[in-house]
Design a protein around this ligand. Structure first.
Ligand code: NIG
Ligand code: FE
Length: 404
């Protein structure tokens, strides 16, 4: 049972209270047994039984829970640097998508790649993500858009779960967009999702969540409602890409179907905020997508004031957010989302864990939870996100084991 001590401030990030309440303890220590936290408190109050434990020294730095990236599209074929250049030259994300680029160009590359190739690539990326302090991650399909290719992506995640120490939650996103072969037959593709994909995903237990890109250019509210109902019958919990490019009632649908989170939300309506707050739907902000697509940022302050708990994630994907730098997403949420560093830290830990139904086991430093925490070379949480230079992690623990 090791201990970590010489911690200047430990931000426990317990769930109690609101967005700004990260429950710091000064001059703290943590004790854990195997992969679970057993004791957290002031070093001066460390129980006798831990006094002779193996000791790690935090060097007087701050400690935070392992970061949770609750929205990524980790597994994909190819990249889209050409679109990056086009957007800089003035073409919009939507224009590029309509011209056959965008999601569909990644679908082509993902279909072409073998499961092994996709696995190698995703495993390399995940390793790098982990070394920046992410200890739990959500991963979506959605670049296959056929039965076999969606399953292929989800099987990559199943292999990652076995081979990586990082906690992984998986999401079926067959309803990301319509594949070219169903361009003129929307109902045909929806039937395929409902009658073949969802049952197959459930049969192999390949996902916990069903996500849908609800947007004028993708799935309508009514189409999404039917798909969510089918997903729920097979045990898949709804999640949404909602109100990103237009305010189309996505947040309201999230509340109606009992979604665990609604993500993006840049164009959310006041009524959407009200309904999400009433139903306890987590709002996930994805500022890196705003940065890269030159779209407005979500005003997170408005959501928090309206009673919505806000989580922060990267949306890592080859198109709208081709970086997995969660610390950068956090800094942008301060500057553009108008949340304080403390509020943002809560959004990348316990609230992010809530957005993937992992808040009973992850996301805060409390006894009984997974021993996942990071030593950050900063004076306090304000100074950390103010002087942005990557994660600033010196080392961390995942499931009680040291990394970096
Ligand atoms: O979350 N909005 C839809 N899906 C992704 C973009 C995927 C892509 O461009 O490949 C997103 O931003
Ligand atoms: Fe996304």
């Amino acid at each position: 049972m090791p201990i970590l001590q010489n911690i200047s401030i430990l931000y426990t990030c317990r769930d109690e209270g609101g967005q700004p309440d990260i429950h710091p303890i000064e001059n703290a220590a943590i004790a854990w047994v195997d992969d679970k936290i057993e004791w957290v408190g002031k070093k001066s109050e460390l129980p006798e039984k831990y006094q002779s434990a193996e000791t790690f020294d935090a060097g007087g730095k701050i400690v935070i829970p392992g970061l949770v990236d609750c929205h990524t599209h980790l597994c994909f074929g190819g990249w889209r640097a050409d679109e990056f250049e086009m957007r800089i030259q003035g073409r919009s994300y939507l224009e590029i998508a309509k011209a056959g680029g965008g999601i569909l160009s990644t679908v082509k590359a993902t279909r072409k790649a073998s499961e092994d190739e996709l696995f190698e690539k995703a495993a390399g990326l995940l390793d790098e993500i982990h070394r920046q302090g992410v200890t739990a991650i959500e991963c979506k399909s959605g670049y296959g858009l056929s039965l076999d290719d969606e399953l292929k992506q989800l099987r990559v995640y199943r292999r990652l779960k076995k081979e990586s120490p990082v906690h992984i939650a998986t999401t079926f996103l067959g309803a990301h967009t319509f594949p070219p072969e169903y361009k003129e037959n929307r109902q045909g593709y929806i039937d395929l999702i409902i009658n073949e994909m969802i049952p197959a995903v459930a049969e192999e237990n390949l996902a916990e969540f069903c996500d849908i890109f609800v947007e004028e250019s993708a799935f309508t509210i009514d189409e999404a409602r039917t798909i969510f109902e089918a997903g729920k019958k097979h045990g898949l919990t709804p999640k949404l890409h909602a109100d990103q490019l237009s305010s189309g009632g996505g947040a309201e649908l999230a509340a109606e179907v009992g979604a665990v989170s609604a993500d993006h939300l840049e164009q959310i309506s006041d009524e959407g905020i009200r309904q999400m707050s009433e139903k306890g739907v987590i709002g996930v902000t994805l500022p890196l997508a705003s940065l890269y697509t030159q779209q407005p940022y979500l005003n997170c302050r408005k959501l928090v004031n309206g009673g919505v708990e806000v989580a922060v994630a990267t949306d890592f994907n080859p198109g709208s957010a081709p970086t997995f730098d969660l610390s950068l997403a956090m800094m942008l949420t301060c500057n553009h989302g108008r949340l304080t560093p403390a509020e943002v830290l809560k959004g990348a830990t316990i609230y992010a864990a809530k957005a993937i139904n992992r808040d009973k086991t992850l996301g805060s430093i409390v006894p009984g939870k997974s021993a996942d925490f990071l030593i950050i070379d900063a004076e306090n949480v304000n100074e950390w996100l103010y002087h942005y230079r990557g994660s600033r992690m010196t080392f961390g623990f995942l499931k009680g084991k040291r990394f970096n």
